[in-house]
Design a protein around this ligand. Sequence first.
Ligand code: SF4
Length: 409
Amino acid sequence: MTAEDALRWAAAEFGDRLCLTCSWQRQSSVLVHMVSGLGLEVDVIELDTQILFRETYETRDRLAARYGLRLITQPPRLTLAEQAVAEGPNLWETDPNRCCHIRKVEPLERALEPYDAWITGIRREQSPTRAGAQRIEWSERYGVWKIQPLVDWDARRVDAYLRVNEIPVNPLHDAGYPSIGCIPCTRPVREGEDERAGRWAGSDKLECGIHVPLPFVSATKEMKMTQGFTLWFTGLSGAGKSTIADLVGTELEGRGRAVEYLDGDVVRTHLSKGLGFSKEDRDTNIERIGWVASRLTRHGAAVLVSAISPYEETRARARGMVEELGPFVEVFVAASVDACAARDVKGLYAKAFAGEIKEFTGVSDPYEEPVSPELTVRTEDEEPESSARRVVERLEQLGLVEARAAVTA
Ligand code: SF4
């Protein structure tokens, strides 16, 4: 099957539920030309991280004008300024995985929602992490077919195609940038270096997370269904985290998964005995939970964490620890302070309101809502069984558990 055959087949099969993502590198130039030449009408999606090179935006504008692209720009939920406030300055230096999640992965997930198939410019030759890519493959993670017409093309063939067809191309390629991403994370490559060596140079990060790194990306469906993961429930005391985690855990155990629960209160009686509720102690507690969760994830467990985990920055650190070894799925269990207080049989909220308990999250200590959780459940609007069902459905969508019967109470 040629690249053109793959595109024709995908257009016939998926119609207007087919899209093409473009990062305005060489492959994007080839694909918009090819799609246009075949007379296919395909939505073109760009993930605008808002921190791309001027030359990249100019290339987009030239291609859009020449080919009359149906261009859809998908921005992150946070501007760079908002991200700096929420996560600290220069997140790409302190936690590039988190930065890519906010600025690329989560926007892509939203962008792909209306589609059944997604054309990408991935080539096997680009890096070892892409060596196993197929021309057409199912993405458990996004729940779409990935169409990769150029998967077996080498760089010389791409260059020749661009030259022969006189297609506009990002000028940075001729300035020593074979692979181009965001400004802070891209440098030119040196003689003999891998094509993607200029991306996140100086770190072991190889991929932004869209085309998930090994071993997760290369896993077969069967492997992914037994891959460990951490499901992190965050929310106020009394929001319903542990109740939902128990329901989800029961369902997962029923599906044959090894489940481990890390409940914030229980952890405090063992792993974090003696810690108080200052910000420093809370952070230490969460980092310990994150570390343990990452180890259990590596060994194939479905790790269900229920912890208030009030600070976004600390949750991001926990995510970073886990994502080195497997997927991290954040679930925001949302409920108002009033609703949580009304459910509180121990009267803790009443004591906090009366000033008898200091540093009580939501009353006298802040709770920072997640910026881009994988899922939000609002427990004032739905029963725990319904929330748990949605969590399991999200895990199915992400390809972490096999789809089958819904959660039962
Ligand atoms: S490539 Fe760098 S700047 Fe861009 S989203 Fe990823 S970490 Fe952030």
